[in-house]
Write a protein that binds this ligand. Structure first.
Ligand code: JFZ
Length: 469
C-alpha cells in the first residue's frame, strides 16, 4: 500500500516536471518556419491510385480519390481491390529529395483520406496498409525518416470526419464546384439521400460518435506519437462534425507543442492557424491578417488518375507561387503518386523545372513578405528586410517592350539593382516624383519569370494600390 502511494506521488512529480520543461510556444513562434517556407508539397496517396479513375471499365468523373463515393463502390468490393495495393517502387528518399530539389520546405501527406484507408500501422482499424494489403508495411515511417534526413518538415493530412470504410464515418454528398473536374456529371441516388450520403449498410454499423472515439481519436493519437516531430496536422471536410468531437481531436495536438493546424477541423469555432483556399489564389481585397495557404493540383486531380494529363505549365505554377508570395501566402502544390509508388513523369518534370528556377530565384520567395505595391500589371513584387535596408524583388511576367520598368511612389534611395538570372547589374534611377525607372536588357533573361532585385535603404512603406505601367 505504502509502495503504491509512493509510486503514485513519484509519477505525479515526473509528469509535472515534463510539463514544466515544455515551453508553451506562441503562435508567432510556431508559425515562424511556415511563414519563411512559402512552398510545400501536398501528396495524395492511397488505394484509390490503383483504380486510378476507372471502375468496372468506366471512367469515373471528378477527382480520383473520390472514386469510391462517385461510383458508389460497395465496401467489400473496395477493400477487396485494395488487397492488391503493392507500391514496390516506393522510394521515400527519392520523393523527399524531389520536393527539396524543387525548393519545397515541407510535405503534407494524406495519412488517411475519405476512403478511411490508413497509410500507417494502426490498432484502431484493420483497414490499413499493414493489415489490408499485400505490401504490409507502414508507409509513413520511412517518409518521416527521409524528411528528417533532408531537413524537410513533415505534416499529416487526416480526414477526421469523412470515412467511407470505417463504420460510422461521415459521407459527404455536398459537392462544391471546386475540386471537381466535371461537376455536371454528379448524380445522387435516392438511397444515399436517405442515408445521409452512405450507400452501403456496412457504413452504418456504428454511430458517428463511436467512430470518432474508436477510430479518429486513437488514430490521430498514433500519428502524433509514432512519427517524431510533426510540423502540420491538416484536417479536412468537417462533415457532421460536432463541437465535442472537434474538442477531443484538438486536445490531442498538445502531444506536438509546435504543430500547426488548418481551418478544416470544424467550422466556424475552430479556425486553426491558417486558412486553406483550394484550387484558387485569393484576391488581395479578400485577405485579412490571417495566415493562408493555397493548395492546388498540378493537373485536375489530387489522387492519381491514369488518364489525366492536363498539367499546368511550370511557368503557370512559378507565377502562381510568386502571386501567392506577393500576397503573403503559402503554396501547397500537389503530387498524386501511382499505386506502384512513383510520381507521374509529368510531375517529376514540372518539379525539376520549378527547382531550376528556384535555385536561381528562390530568395524572391523564402522569408519574403507581401508586396508594398499590391499587384503590377507586368508582374509581382515581394520584399525582405535586410540588416541595412530592404531587398525588393520585382518578378517580371510581361517584359517591357521599351526596356523600362517604372515603379511609382519610391521614397527610399537605391543601393543596387541586379537581375537574379544573370547576376548582371541594371540601371535603376529614382526621379524626384518618386518614379523608379529600371533599365532592362531587350529580352527577358528567364522566360518563366525574371526577377530584379533592388536593394534600397530603410523600410518600404505600403503604397496605395495603383495601376503601374
Ligand atoms: C477536399 C477533399 O475532399 C479532396 O479530396 C482533397 O483532399 C482536397 C484537398 O480537400 O476537398 C475540398 C475541401 C474543401 C473545399 C473544397 C474541396 N472547399 O472548402 O471549398
Amino acid at each position: 500500500m505504502k509502495k503504491t502511494i509512493l509510486a503514485m506521488i513519484l509519477s505525479v512529480l515526473m509528469v509535472g516536471s515534463i510539463f514544466a520543461q515544455q515551453k508553451v510556444l506562441t503562435k508567432d513562434e510556431r508559425m515562424a518556419w511556415w511563414r519563411e517556407a512559402r512552398f510545400g508539397m501536398f501528396i495524395h496517396w492511397g488505394v484509390y491510385s490503383l483504380p486510378a479513375g476507372t471502375w468496372d471499365g468506366r471512367q469515373i468523373g471528378g477527382i480520383g480519390e473520390w472514386i469510391m463515393n462517385r461510383a458508389k463502390i460497395p465496401v467489400a468490393d473496395y477493400q477487396n481491390m485494395a488487397k492488391q495495393f503493392n507500391p514496390v517502387k516506393y522510394d521515400p528518399d527519392a520523393w523527399v529529395k524531389m520536393a527539396k530539389d524543387a525548393g519545397m520546405k515541407y510535405i503534407v501527406i494524406t495519412s488517411k483520406h475519405h476512403d478511411g484507408f490508413a497509410l500507417f500501422e494502426t490498432k484502431a482499424s484493420k483497414w490499413n496498409v499493414v493489415d489490408a494489403t499485400v505490401y504490409g508495411k507502414d508507409l509513413l515511417k520511412p517518409l518521416a525518416e527521409a524528411c528528417k534526413k533532408y531537413g524537410i518538415k513533415l505534416g499529416f493530412y487526416y480526414s477526421q470526419a469523412q470515412d467511407w470504410n470505417n463504420p460510422g464515418g461521415a459521407a459527404s454528398r455536398k459537392i462544391t464546384k471546386e475540386g471537381w473536374a466535371n461537376p455536371d456529371s454528379v448524380t445522387i441516388d435516392a438511397y444515399t439521400k436517405e442515408h445521409k450520403g452512405h450507400w452501403d449498410p456496412r457504413q452504418e454499423k456504428r454511430t458517428f460518435d463511436q467512430y470518432i472515439d474508436e477510430v479518429a481519436v486513437p488514430q490521430v493519437r498514433e500519428l502524433l506519437t509514432n512519427y517524431g516531430d510533426l510540423a502540420v496536422l491538416w484536417w479536412d471536410t468537417p462533415t457532421n462534425m460536432t463541437v465535442e468531437a472537434a474538442k477531443k481531436l484538438q486536445s490531442l495536438l498538445a502531444l506536438q507543442p509546435a504543430i500547426i493546424t488548418n481551418d478544416r477541423l470544424k467550422r466556424p469555432d475552430f479556425p486553426g492557424d491558417h486558412k486553406t483556399p483550394e484550387q484558387r489564389i485569393p484576391n488581395l481585397a479578400d485577405l485579412d491578417s490571417t495566415d493562408w495557404e493555397t493548395c492546388m493540383t498540378m493537373n485536375g486531380t489530387w489522387g492519381y488518375k491514369s488518364y489525366d494529363h492536363n498539367y499546368k505549365s511550370p511557368e503557370t505554377l512559378i507565377r502562381n507561387l510568386l502571386d501567392i508570395a506577393s500576397k503573403g501566402g503559402n503554396f501547397l502544390l500537389n503530387v498524386g503518386p501511382t499505386s506502384e509508388g512513383e510520381f507521374p513523369p509529368e510531375s517529376v518534370d514540372i518539379l525539376s523545372k520549378i527547382g531550376q528556377w528556384m535555385k536561381v530565384n528562390g530568395e524572391a520567395v523564402y522569408g519574403t513578405t507581401s508586396s508594398p505595391w499590391g499587384l503590377f500589371s507586368w508582374g509581382r513584387c515581394t520584399n525582405k528586410a535586410t540588416p541595412k535596408g530592404t531587398s525588393l524583388y520585382f518578378s517580371v511576367f510581361e517584359w517591357p517592350a521599351d526596356g523600362k520598368l517604372v515603379i511609382p511612389g519610391v521614397k527610399n534611395s537605391v543601393v543596387s539593382a541586379k537581375l537574379l538570372a544573370t547576376g548582371a547589374k541594371v540601371k535603376a534611377t529614382l526621379a524626384k516624383d518618386g518614379n523608379l525607372t529600371i533599365t532592362l536588357p531587350s529580352a527577358a533573361p528567364d522566360p518563366l519569370a525574371s526577377v530584379i532585385r533592388v536593394d534600397v535603404k530603410g523600410k518600404v512603406a505600403n503604397q496605395p494600390v495603383q495601376p503601374a505601367k
